[in-house]
Ligand binder design. Structure first.
Ligand SMILES: Cc1ncc(C[n+]2csc(CCOP(=O)(O)OP(=O)(O)O)c2C)c(N)n1
Length: 356
């Protein structure tokens, strides 16, 4: 006898060819669609510049968002100011909308901790230790619930990260305590060189939520409309006290894992070619063009504006005075051990003080 059954829904509005899979959500107007398109282009322009900066030695390691723009952009667009973002390292699209300048993100990847000191003081900084952000998010959500605030927490992770114990612990406590948190999984099919198929044998990542006692669903993560709409639904649910949701956004990492990776060594070329046909910008452009909302001239103007915008951020980044080299030790102890004092003296004497 069957004592429980579960189902995982899949949501899509915009198909890769730019036609609709279902009627658009009523709360997304043409102006919203144009803004989402602009934001995705801006993010792609930023991504490209960051990669170029790294290649000429002006940036440390950088994790790209190519092909995954709809997730960060759709997510950020759906959030309210009072919500809290606990990101991983591919969420610049959301961070930017929440007040984090692109030059701050460059500063972070340039190895300068001050890049995490941004204006939006309630959001968390970029998180690289995989899945640690998931448990942090449940802590923030616990505080929000305790204070009886109408806010929600959004936290992100890659599909590979969902194999971590921390992730399962976070799901469990979110379900048990009915926390106002939305877990977003960027399922970009690869965890560095480990493919989705090698990673886990679950049919969907979304179903991991079932083990935590709440709903999980899939969205077409290359459809910014679907991401935005399903995020809005999940966020409303969280804010009104109806608990957590897991959203698995299906996408593809068109770039290398980071600038320290060469995906051509493990990623089948045919798979990459196929994935380019489904990327998020083309389909929205096709839709907007069919609605007479977009044309070549507008596209060219937008690209120019994006480049000019990002140029300004790059300029700011490249002109930031480096932090004093003594910052490495200055904030570690109230009273320095003797050995550290010696190291500090050496740093002052020989330490590098600029980017070279
Ligand atoms: C706890 C921990 N273990 C290992 C790593 C090294 N690491 C960095 S990214 C990564 C793969 C992550 O893949 P996935 O979660 O699918 O996210 P993606 O980078 O593909 O977006 C690994 C193993 C890390 N940062 N943290």
């Amino acid at each position: 006898m069957t004592i429980a059954t579960f189902a995982i829904e899949y949501h899509q509005y915009l198909k890769p060819d730019g036609t609709l899979a279902q009627a658009l959500p009523k709360d997304l107007k043409p102006t919203d669609l144009l803004e989402l398109y602009r934001l995705m282009h801006l993010l792609r322009t930023f991504d490209n510049r960051a990669l170029n900066l790294q290649r000429v030695g002006k940036l440390g390691t950088y994790a790209g968002t190519l092909g995954q723009e709809a997730i960060g952009v759709g997510m950020g667009y759906a959030m309210k100011k009072e919500d809290v973002l606990v990101p991983y390292y591919r969420d610049y699209g959301a961070q930017y909308q929440r007040g984090v300048s692109f030059h701050k993100i460059l500063q972070y990847w340039g190895g300068d901790e001050r890049g995490s000191d941004f204006d939006n003081a309630e959001d968390f900084p970029i998180c690289v230790p995989i899945a640690s952000q998931s448990v942090i998010a449940t802590g923030v959500a616990t505080a929000i619930k305790y204070r009886q605030q109408k806010r929600a927490v959004v936290t992100t992770i890659g599909e590979g990260g969902t194999s971590e114990g921390d992730f399962y612990e976070a799901l469990n406590v979110a379900g048990a305590w009915h926390l106002p948190v939305v877990f977003v999984v960027n399922n970009n099919q690869w965890a560095i060189s480990v493919s989705r198929g090698q990673q886990t044998s679950t049919q969907t990542i979304a179903q991991k939520a079932i083990a935590g006692g709440f709903n999980g669903e899939q969205v077409d993560g290359n459809d910014v409309i679907a991401v935005c709409e399903r995020m809005r639904v999940a966020l409303e649910k969280a804010r009104r006290g109806d608990g957590p949701t897991l959203i698995e956004a299906i996408t593809y990492r068109l770039c290398d894992h980071t600038t320290a990776d060469d995906a051509s060594r493990y990623r089948p070329e045919a798979e990459l070619k196929e994935a380019w046909l489904k990327e998020p910008l083309i389909r929205l452009r096709l839709y907007l063009t069919a609605q007479n909302l977009w044309d070549e001239a507008k596209e060219e103007k937008l690209l120019q504006e994006c480049r000019a915008n990002i140029d300004k951020d790059v300029d700011i980044y490249l002109n930031i005075a480096p932090a004093p080299v003594t910052d490495i030790v200055d904030y570690m102890y109230a009273k320095w051990p003797h050995s550290l004092q010696e190291q500090r003296d050496t740093l002052v004497q020989f330490g590098r003080t600029d980017h070279d």
